[in-house]
Design a protein around this ligand. Structure first.
Ligand SMILES: [Zn+2]
Length: 360
């Protein structure tokens, strides 16, 4: 029974040391973009103890990233990691609007929407004409944004398993509208022909069993982390050498920092929320989660926690509102400088204390 799934010990996972850099240029330059906030009308992210607490609202930032890579020959590629979210549920079309409208409140001003957001930033970390393509952590509406606003010629790349899942067409009883990806000329899955980047095959890296060396020099690993949905992936970017430091873009492995941190003790962390929709009545058993496969989700969360245990890795979830608050990244704003996260102390120090209730 999925609802009985629970955290697993990150130390029970095999760990494959992250390959060391072989040249100073084997890094990526990262910029995080705050594409708006989504407030849930009741708890969706981490489990609370009482029914009253489960009726509390939660707010999650929507992060996207610009990943810039300069190769030794001077060539530069700029990829978007995720594409934000539309401004209003009605922009999603009738099927998704009916599903998400009652559950979520969007705070996404037009100036924070991609791709226009890129032009509003100064200096822009990329422009539409300089983008190489889009890497999308998974095919949910708050990650693929509105692909029709991007040039159809830009390649759009998801994790393996995405296409079969979307084309099967149903998620938790709801149809998955395929219109969101009818615009791009080409959609690929990491590892297939045309979507290999400079990688040669799946490799074991850190706590991940299937990671793809996208730029061929270990500066960006795209790793399979399913559970939230089929095809969900994370990205591990090396941002500095001497010493090597990394930022792990965790997507929706989970939706709140206290679910994957502190480490390593699973008992110190909060479980994923399991809720009942209010429309099901006051006595309904909580049977919904944000994740399609909860046991697999907890496995991917343990992988994330295991990476966070590395002193040279900082994890950031797609909806990790704490990061936006701690680093002062307002809606429609960006932050670069990730190559210095370690010396600047951006990674929260572990207190070992469970987080206070109600603190998002
Ligand atoms: Zn999401």
């Amino acid at each position: 029974m999925a609802a009985k799934a629970h955290h697993i010990d990150p130390l029970s996972l095999p760990f494959h040391p992250i390959p060391a850099s072989t040249s100073p240029g084997a890094v990526v330059n990262l910029t995080v973009l705050n594409c708006g906030e989504i407030t849930t009308r009741w708890v969706h992210f981490r489990q609370r103890e009482t029914a009253e607490e489960m009726r509390e609202r939660e707010t999650g930032v929507v992060f996207a990233w610009v990943i810039e890579k300069q190769f030794d020959d001077g060539k530069v590629e700029r990829w978007l990691w995720d594409a934000g979210v539309v401004s209003h549920p009605n922009d999603l079309g009738p099927t998704l609007a009916a599903s998400f409208g009652p559950r979520f409140i969007f705070d996404v001003p037009p100036s924070a929407r991609l791709p226009g957001l890129l032009e509003h930033l100064s200096p822009p970390p990329a422009t539409l004409s300089t983008l190489t393509g889009l890497l999308i952590s998974h095919s949910h509406m708050d990650h693929y944004g509105r692909l029709s606003d991007f040039p159809a010629s830009l390649p759009v790349i998801f994790g393996p398993g995405t296409k079969a899942w979307v084309e099967a067409g149903v998620e938790q009883g709801r149809p998955i509208p395929k219109t969101f990806w009818e615009h791009p000329d080409w959609i690929g899955e990491v590892g297939e022909e045309g979507a290999k980047g400079r990688g040669k095959g799946w490799e074991k890296v850190g706590s991940y069993e299937y990671a793809w060396d996208w730029f061929g020099d270990g500066s960006l690993w795209l790793a399979q982390a399913p559970g939230h949905c089929p095809g969900h992936m994370v990205a591990l970017g090396r941002v500095s050498t001497s010493p090597d430091t990394y930022v792990l873009l965790g997507g929706d492995t989970c939706h709140s920092r206290p679910i994957y941190s502190p480490f390593p003790s699973p008992s110190a962390r909060w479980p994923c929320a399991c809720w009942a929709d209010p429309s099901e009545g006051p006595d309904a058993k909580p049977s919904h989660t944000m994740h399609l496969d909860l046991p697999l989700t907890y496995e991917s969360i343990a992988r994330l926690t295991r990476m966070e245990m590395e002193e040279n890795v900082m994890c950031v979830l797609a909806h990790e509102t704490e990061v936006a608050r701690e680093l002062g990244i307002g809606i429609g704003q960006m932050k670069g400088g990730w190559e210095a996260w370690k010396e600047l102390g951006w990674k929260r120090k572990e207190s070992g204390e469970p987080p206070k209730k109600g603190v998002i």
